[in-house]
Design a protein around this ligand. Structure first.
Ligand code: DON
Length: 558
């Protein structure tokens, strides 16, 4: 009897829906990141009186040491914060095109895009991470900057044991071949071709010295001081475009987050130059009132409807999304309820729409208007969601000489040739063509959801364009299918991005469902892994944390 009561109570705590795995639970604060040292460092900041912004800064610098595929100081990203007093903000510290960038800079003599936008010294946009973290800290942090940098300096100077996952990825053919082309990258990350075994220490003295200077002299060192000078000199010596002036002129931009609602929940998400927030809100709008969920999670009807919804948004993305400081992004038109209704009505519930016949929608109004994600909630109820990146895993594969950090290849997020696919197969338009100082369009989508005006969910993921759909799927898993955060993150995912006209599905779906989707006309490709979510949900007075079991990530709280 007593046992039954206990089980019932436990299930009630876990939420009404499918419950196959328990998340990490804590009462006061939680950190969920892709890498265990970084999680522990974030948690220690919170336990010693820092707020969620402080922890976010410390985690970003720690991941720059322990998760070199995506953690960075040579890249950029987005930080979304929602404070306990109800304010929210979005810090855009994404890379910008150097002043010398030009529209056709990645086209070869045959007019075709070259690989220069994804590898080597010409692939990088001006890094924004250090400036963005400084802005967040100056405006919203509490602890001293040095205290937040110290743990990362120590990790770089003393070394940390290489994880199984890191050792494996550094040995993989794709990564090792890219890194081996650049002497500094080969020496530091491939042990000069001898490779690291899991458990061996990775010591990064050059990175430690760079981080020390940033600790002692602030972001100024990175953008104007010794680091800036060394970085610009190295890039210039190898045909790169970034100059000292580009670094000096870099500004992080504080923007108003995009806010919408779904079934009574408030969704606070990433505005342009992310294409993610508009996507999430448009796609949720298409779902709302459609009854798509009635057939149940994982049914062919449900997945078909999701895929068709995704296909339509990505067609719009290809046409309308770009840097709002350079191009008028028609956010209101894309989120107009009449337009959304029209898009919903265009979905055939039985048959896949061929992407070749589907165009970006006609908007009524054009009114004015290997990435990583971590989520943090502090004991006061402040929440921070950060997604930052070098773009490709290990970025451009270039490690700056004497500085020990990898540089991004974010220039590939532009349309090198409007109408032709980029690294992620995304077709993008004039809105995202290359221009000096412009920000490449992003899919990164840090998102925070409120229920009854109170913090409910903090979520985000890496994965290029799949980010938008991954975040979208976690939201509907929780809101529409009543899953706890662990199950919502575990559940198999799918991705459609209009072009190529392929429905990518993780292997976890039932083969019968896959067959049904194929019969409806979807070109299904099965894949191992989509996204790496780190999420926190507030439920019944508990914080539920989860770092995706697809990764070595951890969630810890107190
Ligand atoms: O901003 C973007 O959309 C891309 N640079 C993100 C790249 C990414 O997520 C790669 N990681 N898995």
């Amino acid at each position: 009897m007593q046992r039954i009561a206990l089980v019932a109570a436990f299930v009630a705590t876990a939420g009404a829906g499918l419950c196959t795995r328990q998340p990490v639970r804590s009462r006061h604060a939680m950190v969920a990141t892709r890498e265990a040292h970084a999680t522990d460092i974030g948690l220690a900041v919170l336990e010693s009186g820092g707020n969620a912004i402080d922890a976010a800064v410390a985690v970003a610098f720690a991941l720059a040491v322990t998760h070199p595929a995506a953690g960075n100081i040579g890249g950029g990203g987005f930080l979304l914060a929602r404070f306990a007093d109800g304010r929210s903000t979005f810090i855009d510290f994404r890379e910008r095109a150097p002043a010398a960038a030009s529209r056709n800079m990645y086209l070869g003599p045959d007019g075709k895009p070259t690989s220069d936008s994804v590898e080597g010294y010409r692939a990088s946009g001006v890094p924004g991470t250090v400036r963005g973290l400084e802005l967040a800290h100056e405006k919203y942090g509490r602890k001293s900057w040095a205290d937040l940098l110290d743990p990362a300096v120590r990790l770089a100077a003393d070394g940390f044991p290489v994880s199984y996952g890191l050792a494996h990825s550094l040995r993989s053919q794709s990564t090792s071949a890219r890194l081996a082309r650049f002497a500094e990258s080969k020496r530091i990350f491939l042990k000069d071709g001898k490779f690291y075994d899991a458990g061996e220490p990775l010591v990064q003295p050059e990175l430690a010295r760079t981080l020390e200077r940033i600790r002692d002299r602030g972001a100024k060192d990175f953008y104007e001081g010794e680091t800036a000078k060394l970085l610009a000199a190295d890039l210039q010596a190898h045909g790169g475009l970034i100059t000292l002036d580009d670094l000096k002129n870099y500004r992080a931009i504080e923007r108003t987050p995009l806010t919408g609602s779904y079934r009574g929940y408030t969704v606070i998400t990433a505005p342009p130059p992310s294409s993610g927030g508009v996507g999430i809100l448009q796609m949720l709008g298409v779902l709302e009132g459609s009854g798509y969920e009635k057939s149940g999670f994982g049914s062919a009807d449900e997945l078909h409807f999701l895929a068709e919804t995704m296909r339509r948004y990505f067609a719009d993305r290809s046409e309308y999304m770009g840097d709002p400081d350079f191009y008028h992004v028609p956010v209101a038109g894309l989120l107009n309820p009449h337009y959304i209704e029209e898009r919903r009505r265009s979905i055939d519930r039985e048959h896949a729409t061929s992407s070749a016949t589907l165009r970006p929608g006609k908007l009524e109004t054009f009114e004015s208007s290997d990435t990583t994600h971590y989520s943090i909630v502090d004991a006061e109820g402040n929440a921070v969601a950060v997604t930052y990146t070098l773009n490709n895993s290990f970025g451009s594969a270039v490690t700056a000489a004497k500085l020990g950090f990898l540089l991004n290849d974010e220039m590939d997020d532009f349309a090198a040739k409007p109408g032709e696919p980029n690294l992620f197969g995304l077709i993008q338009g004039e809105a995202n063509a290359i221009q000096p100082r412009k920000t490449p369009l992003s899919s990164m989508t840090p998102t925070i959801v409120l229920r009854d005006g109170k913090l409910y969910l903090v979520v985000g993921s890496p994965g290029g364009p799949t980010i938008i759909n991954t975040v979208f799927e976690v939201l509907v898993n929780v809101i529409d299918f009543g899953m706890n955060i662990a199950d919502a993150v575990d559940a198999p995912r799918l991705h459609h991005q209009w072009m190529p006209d392929v429905l990518r599905m993780e292997r976890g779906f039932s083969p019968d469902t896959v067959a049904l989707l194929k019969a409806r006309g979807h070109a299904v490709e099965l894949e191992d892994h989509q996204g790496e979510v780190a999420a926190i949900r507030v439920q019944d007075g508990w914080l539920e944390g989860d770092a995706d079991p697809r990764t070595e990530g951890t969630a810890r709280g107190y």
